[in-house]
Design a protein around this ligand. Structure first.
Ligand code: NAD
Ligand code: GLY
Length: 363
């Protein structure tokens, strides 16, 4: 297969385009298209900045010589997605004297996209944010849809805002430097779109698993474009998660509890979601909603993609349950989960008995 560029439009009150293709981080005209003023804050992390920040800054400056490109580089990884680092970015925006027409470029994975996007949402009550995702996970999920946040020790993404990006520019060539573990983590979120609403896409993933793991450019570009099209359609219909957008959290109630309990230093987000999706499928089985064969099929695909499919040992079910009670999906009527009636047929279920959850967690 040969790679080609894709564009996915995200409709809504503030529509934008997701650009997907090789070498887009060097496309100065595309990068500069989003600038309102001349001030840019490029936020990245210590792994990504040395690889790509110079390229982005040079391309921007070549296309727009008057642009003032400032940089702020954070530590890498989930443990850095904190209020303290959020405050650090806002201080950098203040020191650089960024005005309302400034643009923040979030160059990195979902951690940088969420944290820097939240800083853009808050700085002067909202400046433009261009998402430059460099992980597969960020390209297929976190850069799209405008959810921004930081974590607290008590739970994932508890402090945040909806702030849609002005554009998403996904340079698939950046995936060449991505550690294999992070590529696999992104594939978990790709599988999620098939699992929640597109059984044909799961068939496609089964057929292309080897190509994806081998980083075949065309297979990756198609997986990214199909995932973005799914996400774009859902967030256009339900930007603030009043309804169907919650389906995008398939596996996340379990996954977030695992990440929180492990102090954001165990499974990464995609891995936790992989385990969480299997647990959500098992919960659906325990509740008599879905056949065991569908759980087995999901588990087999995730395993083939090199992802974990069972709870890491040593996690206490009662502590995981306690984290789930603070999950954003929990409401006064008790625990809400994304369950499924089978592959491609996810739905929200409120009032899930805690005993059923503990059963799945193995207590
Ligand atoms: P991440 O941002 O921590 O990136 C993973 C690792 O890869 C980091 O060490 C990073 O430095 C490194 N890296 C990134 N790009 C690289 C590249 N091209 N080459 C080499 N190294 C590179 O993690 P992630 O998996 O991208 O994102 C996970 C985060 O996304 C979680 O915090 C999760 O909550 C969030 N998320 C948000 C949404 C949303 O809708 N906002 C959706 C899904 C996930
Ligand atoms: N990743 C969940 C969402 O964007 O809604």
């Amino acid at each position: 297969m040969t790679a080609r560029s894709h564009e996915v439009a995200v409709a809504g009150d503030a529509p934008y385009t997701i650009h997907i293709g090789a070498d887009l981080l060097g496309d100065g005209a595309l990068l500069a298209r989003s600038l309102r003023g001349r001030d840019v804050m490029l936020v990245s992390d210590r792994n990504v900045a040395p690889l790509y920040a110079d390229r982005v800054a040079a391309a921007l400056q070549a296309a727009r010589p008057e642009a003032q490109v400032h940089r702020h580089v954070l530590p890498a990884g989930e443990a850095a997605k904190t209020l303290a680092h959020f405050a650090e970015v806002t201080t950098a925006l203040a020191e650089a004297r960024m005005r309302r027409d400034a643009t923040l470029f979030a160059l990195g994975g979902g951690v940088i996209g969420d944290l820097a996007g939240f800083a853009a949402a808050c700085w002067m009550r909202g400046i433009d944010c261009v998402q430059l995702p460099t992980t597969l996970l960020a390209m297929v999920d976190s850069s799209v849809g405008g959810k921004t946040a930081v974590d607290l020790p008590q739970g994932k993404n508890l402090v945040g805002a909806f702030h849609p990006p002005r554009a998403v520019i996904a340079d698939t060539a950046a995936l060449r430097t991505l550690p294999p573990r992070e590529l696999r983590a992104g594939l978990a979120e790709v599988v999620k779109y098939g699992a929640l609403g597109d059984a044909d896409f799961l068939d496609w993933l089964d057929d292309h698993a080897d190509a994806l793991l081998a980083m075949d450019d065309a297979a990756l570009a198609e997986a990214i474009a199909r995932s973005c099209a799914h996400k774009a359609a859902i967030v256009a219909r339900d930007p603030f998660e009043h309804g169907e957008r919650a389906l995008l959290n398939l596996g996340h109630t379990f996954g977030h509890a695992i990440e929180t309990e492990q102090g954001y230093d165990g499974l990464n987000h995609g891995e936790a979601v992989a385990v969480g999706m299997v647990l959500a499928a098992q919960l659906s089985e325990v509740l008599g909603l879905a056949p065991a064969a569908d759980t087995a099929r999901l588990r087999a695909l995730l395993q083939r993609l090199g992802l974990p499919v069972a709870l890491p040992s040593g996690l206490d079910p009662d502590r995981l349950l306690a984290h789930m009670r603070l999950d954003k999906k929990a409401q006064a009527d008790g625990l809400r989960f994304i369950v499924w009636d089978g592959i491609g047929r996810a739905r929200v279920l409120a009032g899930v008995p805690e005993a059923a959850v503990l059963d799945v967690l193995g207590r």
